[in-house]
Every structure is written in structure tokens, then in C-alpha cells.
Design a protein. Structure first.
Length: 366
């Protein structure tokens, strides 16, 4: 099931400036990653490899959607009286754009203390609460807005993001539908609706929404990213690569785009290209477990089981709760002739809810 990536101010000018500052460092990181982790031993005859006959799960996660988010200052900043100091709100917005959400909350709290009935101020505070994952407090302010001004501009989209964070995907989809009805020319709302539709498996509606978002804003990186995931889900891998590549061109700092393009190349059995994307993802986001899992699968598909084991282990270190790496490492251990270690990994995977592990336990671990 697709899962949305949400975040606040992901498309703000400040964030883009930071990404531009990082561009010159990317190649250094890639070099360091290459030195730290040996690449798989690809044969030189072809960049496209046949998948190993050993059954494998790749850990591919092609449904990780990315929800575009409006800048917080997209709505007006009215006060209910001339006595309200709007500089508090502006200072809060400035702090939020720097990622200083606790500082932003202080300013928003002060503004609400002066004007407790101002729903716009509460809207901004909800954004800050959600960025800090303080969802209970966010819900209190949302309930106030819902009571006194449920048609506040962009409020449906805000509620959609809240429901996504709570993994309540159907209510999120409903709110994003209302957001596009309130403003049919809002490309961000259409993109968010498409991502929400993916979560509830309304894939045709998702495609229509992404197409609409791109029509309204042909340079919206997240819309191409999300549509690329949908193409991959539909096994239209060439179009998936095309969309994900353009998303990367528009937003080169998005590590998740490299992960998912790498996943797509993997499904196309273009393992050398997949490896390049996973390494770039590691360079951009070294704490993300997904590219290490992908690197493990590219190595295993090429028969380099020892290196695959190292990559899967690193993925597990980054996220001990992830189930794919431990199951996959069991397969790599087995292919490497280390049955006892394979059985131990499959037993752990089974306890973590990986149903496929039982098959291997029954066949080889009695």
C-alpha cells in the first residue's frame, strides 16, 4: 500500500536555498560511500543482469508517495483587531521556514494569547504541532477551526495531512478531494489528492489527479515523483523512470526519488543502474535504510552474497524494525551456504510478521 511522505514547507524558498548549497558536496559523499562499501562485482559484458534463480524479495517499496505541501504563508494573516501584533506570526513563520518549530510555537502561542479566537493563528500552530509530531495538540486546534470556520482556506488540505500522519487514509483522501473542489486550480491540492488516492488504491483517480497537477504546474517535482511511483506500481517501468528522472532533475536533493528510481531499475533487472541510484540515495540520506536494502538486493541478484549480507546488515542497523532486510539477509546467508544463520534470520522475520519466512523455515530449517 502506498504511504505518503509528508512534511511542512518542503517547497519553501529557504529549503531550496539549502539544497542548492548542498549540491557541491554530493559528489564527495558518493566517493566516501563508494570507499566505505565495496560495490557489487558486476560482470563487464552487460549492464543488465538476469535475476538469480534463488527466490528473493527485493525490498522494493514502490508506493512511497510524497505529498507536496503549501508554504505556511500561503493564506492571509488577519488579526481580529488592530491591537494584535502580527509580527509574532511573521516571526513564527520565519522560524518555521528555518526548521525551528519550537521557536515558531512560542511566537504562535503569544499571538493566540493576544487573539484566542483567530483561526488563522491556530492554523499556523497546527502546522508547527504537526512538524513536531504533537498530533494531540494539533487536533485540539483543528477542532476549534472546524467548529468556527471549517471553510478556512487550505484547511481541508491541512486536515488531509493530519489524517495521513495518523495513517487514517480514507479520511485523508476525503479531505484532499474537498481541497480540490474548493480550489480547482491548486496544483498542490491535486498532487496531494493523487497521493491520497494511491493510499486507498484508487489508482485511476490518482493518475488523473497527478496529470491535473502537472497540467497546472509543469515543474512540480512531487507530482512527477508520485506519478512515477504509480507508473511503477502499474509495471510501466519506462514511464516510471522518465517521471522519476525529471523529478530528480527538478529536485536533485530528494534521496527518496533515487531510491524509487533504483527500485524501478531493479525491477527492470538493470542492476548496475539501480546500484548507482542507491549509492546516490545513501550519499544524500545516510540514515535511510531503504537504499542499503536495495544495494543488498542488487548484490544478491549478481551473486555477490557476501557483500549483500553486509548491506542488509547495515539496513537493519539503520532501522531495526524493518522486516525486509532481515528476511533478505536470510536468503543471502542461505545462498552463501550459511544455513544456520539463514534459519535464525527467517525465524526473526517470521516473528516480525513476514509470512514468506515460514516457507523457508519449513523447507530448510526442520
Amino acid at each position: 500500500m502506498p504511504v505518503l511522505l509528508s512534511g511542512w514547507l518542503m517547497r519553501c524558498g529557504t529549503c531550496l536555498k539549502i539544497r542548492n548549497m548542498m549540491k557541491n558536496r554530493v559528489f564527495v559523499f558518493v566517493l566516501l560511500v563508494s570507499l566505505s562499501f565495496s560495490a557489487c562485482n558486476f560482470r563487464q559484458d552487460s549492464g543488465v543482469k538476469e535475476q538469480s534463480s534463488q527466490s528473493d524479495t527485493t525490498g522494493v517499496w514502490l508506493g512511497k508517495g510524497k505529498e507536496a505541501v503549501k508554504p505556511v504563508n500561503a493564506i492571509a494573516i488577519p488579526g481580529n483587531s488592530a491591537s494584535v501584533d502580527l509580527s509574532r506570526i511573521r516571526n513564527g513563520i520565519a522560524a518555521a521556514q528555518k526548521g525551528e518549530y519550537k521557536e515558531a510555537l512560542k511566537h504562535f502561542d503569544e499571538a493566540i494569547e493576544e487573539d484566542p479566537t483567530n483561526v488563522h493563528f491556530r492554523y499556523y500552530r497546527v502546522e508547527a504541532y504537526m512538524s513536531l509530531k504533537q498530533y494531540d495538540k494539533a487536533q485540539e486546534d483543528m477542532a476549534y477551526i472546524d467548529r468556527f470556520n471549517p471553510d478556512l482556506e487550505h484547511f481541508h488540505a491541512l486536515k488531509g495531512r493530519y489524517f495521513n500522519a495518523q495513517q487514517q487514509f480514507l479520511p485523508a483522501y476525503h479531505e484532499f478531494r474537498l481541497a480540490t473542489q474548493s480550489d480547482p486550480n491548486d496544483a498542490v491540492a491535486w498532487d496531494s489528492k493523487g497521493a491520497a488516492a494511491m493510499n486507498v488504491m484508487k489508482l485511476r483517480e490518482a493518475m488523473e489527479a497527478f496529470n491535473k497537477a502537472i497540467d497546472l504546474n509543469p515543474r512540480m517535482a512531487s507530482a512527477y515523483y508520485n506519478r512515477g511511483l504509480l507508473f511503477a506500481n502499474n509495471q510501466d517501468f519506462n514511464r516510471a523512470v522518465e517521471d522519476l528522472s525529471y523529478s530528480i532533475e527538478l529536485e536533485p536533493g530528494n534521496a527518496q526519488a533515487y531510491v524509487n528510481r533504483g527500485n524501478t531499475y531493479f525491477m527492470m533487472k538493470s542492476y548496475a543502474l539501480a546500484e548507482q541510484d542507491y549509492l546516490q540515495a545513501v550519499a544524500l540520506d545516510p540514515e535511510n535504510w531503504l537504499p542499503y536494502n536495495g544495494l543488498g538486493s542488487t548484490c544478491k541478484a549478481n551473486g555477490d552474497n557476501a557483500q549483500a549480507i553486509l548491506y542488509y546488515t547495515r539496513a537493519m542497523e539503520k532501522n531495526p524494525k524493518a522486516t525486509n532486510p532481515i528476511y533478505n539477509r536470510g536468503l543471502a546467508y542461505f545462498a552463501n551456504g550459511e544455513r544456520n544463520k539463514a534459519c535464525a534470520d527467517w525465524e526473526k522475520a517470521k516473528l516480525m510478521g513476514v509470512s514468506q519466512a515460514q516457507k523457508w523455515l519449513d523447507m530448510y530449517c526442520k
